[in-house]
Design a protein around this ligand. Structure first.
Ligand SMILES: C[S@@+](CC[C@H](N)C(=O)[O-])C[C@H]1O[C@@H](n2cnc3c(N)ncnc32)[C@H](O)[C@@H]1O
Length: 462
């Protein structure tokens, strides 16, 4: 390790920046953020840089002239950002002779310190350095960490900092304190902070300190949309909650690839199909969620697509709300968006569709409860969920209510997965086309002029 990673307090200290261009501006922004008093010296100084420095909380100064050795007097650190090689070298030699830390942009050999790539969730700050070998690699690593660390982590750290002393007083051993903090950072208190409910989080944390057994009983439910199948379509938040749940209740529609991302030691309960091959009744699922949360568990309710689109998510949450169980909802990519995108069918298009409707095609007693007149329009897309069995009925009804028989129809099987299959026909031909194919659920039906675009825009799969 060539450089010692340290965090340097420059609050109210004078930091000298030599150079007045873009790079100097970038470095100065960082210095200003940490409360440094920035002094810029250069024959020409970018107006934005001058404004930044002069209007900062700790106001700095700009000196629009050439560098003089005397400028180093009183500097806590120096940053050089010029393309004058001999000036860069001169400042480096002079600063090093006076033991003033120096950074010269893009010339690691002249530096006594370097700027890392920074992930800022103040007061949590992660600094990554490649020792000057590859700043691009360090930036890429930082970008990956950005996706893993929720934006609200700073607020969480602030709250925990506030309670450090009371927790130390309440729990005598390091082991007890560690166990308590682990419960806080991966449970209901942290989730309240991350969902912008810091006041409730503070009240709960105080309760847990006063009465540690309440922490053991504080379960919660995460209602998470697992998307249509491709695990890359999960949100960061869905993945985070999937990794911290103790138990997961999942549906038949959740793809094996998505399920594989749930915490390895979490208990998995398939409520899509029970052992006797029947779906667990909705009332039983609602009760299971409540009872598991009451045992203090973090319960993940993982659904295919989006939980609020033909997902019965609302019914499950009503039960939780009645039982005063804390919950949060994470939207997922619904089948219509996923299948349309992966089949190259834009659901709206300035020329072919100004509106789109998502409806159920579920056949009950040989009929589908829909207002068919409302679905029949020019320049309109209709997406049928759960419509495979009712396909002949759907086509017949749309034609009966005035839709042109040549209207294009797409059937998307297992959209966004390796088994995706797209069959395209018209209201008149699709039933016959499908009869000649093996089509497996889940399948989505898209009706409207936009379907024709698939021949030009399809990009996924073979
Ligand atoms: C009970 S609904 C659930 C919808 C889900 N909540 C959503 O937002 O996508 C089930 C229907 O969604 C559609 N569906 C879900 N995933 C699909 C996929 N990967 N490919 C095609 N259709 C899908 C099918 O029409 C299926 O019958």
């Amino acid at each position: 390790m060539q450089f010692l990673p340290i965090f340097f307090d420059v609050n109210n200290s004078t930091c000298l920046v030599i150079g007045g261009g873009e790079v100097a501006l970038r470095k100065s922004r960082l210095l200003v953020k940490t409360g440094a008093r920035v002094v810029v010296v250069a024959p020409h100084i970018n107006q934005e840089l001058a404004d930044l420095v002069c209007t900062a909380d700790v106001a700095g100064e700009v000196k629009e002239r050439a560098y003089q050795s005397a400028d180093l007097a009183g500097a806590t650190l120096v940053v050089v950002a010029t393309d004058d090689a001999s000036l860069n070298k001169q400042v480096s030699v002079e600063a090093k002779a006076q033991n003033i830390p120096i950074n010269v942009a893009d010339q690691p050999e002249l530096c006594s310190f370097i700027f890392p790539s920074i992930l800022d969730r103040s007061p949590i700050v992660v600094a990554i350095s490649s020792g000057g070998a590859s700043p691009v690699l360090a930036r890429q690593l930082r970008a990956r960490l950005e996706t893993l660390i929720p934006a609200g982590y700073g607020k969480l750290a602030q709250l925990l900092g506030k309670f450090r002393a009371p927790v130390k007083k309440r729990f005598k051993t390091i082991g007890q304190r560690r166990a308590f903090w682990e419960k806080v950072t991966s449970g209901a208190v942290a989730e309240l902070v991350l969902t912008d409910r810091s006041t409730e989080a503070e009240t709960m944390l105080q309760q847990w300190i006063d009465n540690p057994e309440t922490a053991e009983q504080s379960g919660e439910v995460y209602l998470v949309g697992g998307g249509p199948g491709d695990p890359d379509l999960l949100t960061f938040k869905a993945l985070r909650l999937m990794q911290q749940a103790d138990v997961v209740l999942y549906d038949r529609l959740v793809s094996p690839e998505v399920l594989a991302l749930v915490r390895k030691d979490a208990e998995q309960i398939n409520v899509g199909k029970a052992r006797d091959k029947h779906t667990v009744p909705q009332g039983d699922i609602n009760e299971m969620l409540i009872s598991l949360a009451k045992q203090g568990k973090k319960v993940l309710r993982l659904k295919g697509g989006d939980p609020f689109i033909f997902g019965r998510g609302g019914e499950e949450l009503e039960g939780l709300a009645d039982a005063a169980i804390p919950f949060q909802v994470v939207p997922g990519i619904t089948a219509a968006s996923g299948c349309a995108a992966y089949a190259g069918i834009p659901l709206t298009h300035r020329e072919y569709a100004q509106s789109v409707q998502f409806v159920t095609g579920h056949l009950k007693n040989n009929s589908i409860d829909l207002n068919w007149d409302e679905l029949v329009h020019d320049n309109h897309t209709v997406v049928f969920y759960m419509g495979l069995i009712g396909l002949p009925h759907i086509c017949q009804k749309l034609i009966e209510h005035g839709q042109t028989p040549s209207t294009p129809v797409a059937l998307v099987q297992k959209g966004t997965t390796a088994e995706q299959k797209v069959i395209i026909g018209t209201l008149k031909t699709i039933v016959e086309l499908v009869a000649g194919e093996v089509v497996r659920p889940p399948t989505l039906i898209i009706v409207g002029g936009v379907v024709n675009l698939s021949s030009k825009l399809a990009w996924y799969g073979e």
